[in-house]
Design a protein around this ligand. Structure first.
Ligand SMILES: Cc1cc2nc3c(=O)[nH]c(=O)nc-3n(C[C@H](O)[C@H](O)[C@H](O)COP(=O)(O)OP(=O)(O)OC[C@H]3O[C@@H](n4cnc5c(N)ncnc54)[C@H](O)[C@@H]3O)c2cc1C
Length: 371
């Protein structure tokens, strides 16, 4: 039996179209490494939405999507590889739309999906807290039912894009009497509600997507609860699966790679070997992502896909630093992209946590006894 990884003529045409739209996007808005977090342009998100490239795979009853998942991967790979600014629509396209389709009420779908599909609304995810990152079940932000509202109090941190978002998809605690994984709920929080304060964090390479978000007596209508009150932990984990196995984990710093490769001394056999390894890495990573996309990977395997792909991105950064030499220490988009690279194996769950998931859920190894 032979495997054929060639794209069909239709997919090749779609790829060329995405490349052309992405090229126009970077001409207008600049090149961004990690453009799905750092490249924010509402205008460009509305452009790709008008192309039908937001919610591409959603069931047709929720828009004009219904396209095969492979088409979405092809488009996303081109846009992100070029560094086109898709951050205004990416999070909702990748995970909140699918979550609302799976767990939302009919009214929630009718209210929120059109804004996502048109690129008009931007969403952020309020999950991590100062004392709850890897151990999400330790989260403390509370939502207490009071008549027809939940009253939300607490603090989130590392909330990418919160300062520019219209909604926060908030993971919070509606009950603290049970075990840590119990009592967790998901709420849609409009960012213009009274009691929300957002402070931007400038990271060491000058990005400003990170935010701290405070909620003080924020009154969120009960109809903004997504899914079952107090039973959202599994729902949240499913949402994270949407986050982990995608092409965004493989090609985020492709602009850095393309630059480094263009200036690398390809006469040097050691450099050629590095390029060969990285080119192989892109191909292996793409196959892993395709397996996730086509739902051929075992449950939980997105943890392995994320680990391989994000560690590949760090190898790309190391290669670029070697090629740039002392220039990698001077301030430039390339040196910033290099210095940013530790983030890849932290965001969306660290490699340590991914390896735990792989060991326990995929390989069935014994769990480490809790201290
Ligand atoms: C670029 C970027 C964007 C982000 N965007 C968002 C966002 O939009 N919304 C949001 O909510 N969060 C966001 N985050 C936060 C991210 O999800 C957390 O940083 C991540 O989950 C790790 O949590 P922590 O930083 O609290 O580290 P900790 O959980 O404190 O971990 C510290 C170290 O201990 C290790 N560790 C912890 N527990 C274990 C264990 N059981 N076994 C082995 N090792 C362990 C970790 O691997 C890590 O090395 C973002 C992070 C980054 C870098």
């Amino acid at each position: 039996m032979s495997l054929n990884y060639r794209l069909t003529p239709g997919l090749l045409a779609l790829r060329a179209e995405a490349r052309a739209v992405g090229a126009a996007g970077i001409a207008a808005h600049g090149v961004h490494n990690d453009s799905w977090i750092n490249g924010f342009s509402k205008e460009f998100s509305e452009t790709i939405a008008a192309q039908g490239w937001v919610g591409m795979t959603w069931p047709v009853e929720h828009g004009d999507g219904g396209r095969p998942p492979i088409e979405r991967v092809i488009v996303a790979e081109e846009l992100i590889s070029l560094g086109a600014p898709i951050a205004a629509s990416w999070f909702a396209d990748r995970q909140f739309g699918p979550s609302l389709i799976s767990y939302g009420t009919h009214d929630q779908q009718a209210e929120y999906l059109p804004g996502i599909l048109s690129g008009a609304t931007t969403w952020s995810i309020g999950m991590s807290e100062p004392d709850a990152g890897s151990d999400l079940a330790a989260l403390k932000t509370s939502a207490v039912r009071a008549g027809d509202v939940f009253v939300v109090n607490g603090q989130k941190v590392w909330t990418s894009g919160a300062a520019l978002a219209d909604y926060c998809y908030l993971i919070c605690r509606t009950d603290s009497t049970g075990r840590p994984h119990e009592g967790i709920s998901e709420l849609i929080v409009p960012m213009d509600l009274p009691g929300i304060e957002v402070r931007t964090i400038r990271d060491m390479v000058d990005n400003t997507h990170f935010c701290e978000t405070w909620f003080t007596d924020v009154r969120v209508p009960v109809e903004n609860l997504v899914g079952v009150e107090g039973a959202a932990f599994r729902q949240t984990m499913t949402q994270l699966e949407h986050e982990r196995g995608g092409i965004d984990r493989l090609v985020s710093n492709k602009p850095l790679y393309d630059h480094a490769r263009s200036v690398a001394d390809a006469e040097d056999p050691r450099v050629r070997q590095q390029i060969a390894r990285l080119e192989t890495g892109y191909r292996l990573g793409r196959i892993l992502v395709y397996r996730e996309t086509l739902r051929q990977a075992p449950p939980g395997f997105s943890a392995a896909t994320k680990t391989y792909c994000t560690e590949h991105q760090q190898r790309v950064a190391q290669f670029a630093a070697g090629v740039l030499g002392p220039a990698a220490t001077l301030d430039s988009p390339h040196s910033r992209a290099f210095a940013y690279s530790p983030a890849y194996t932290i965001m969306g769950g660290t490699s340590n946590i991914m390896r735990n998931i792989l060991g326990e859920r995929v390989l069935g190894l014994p769990r480490e006894p809790r201290a």
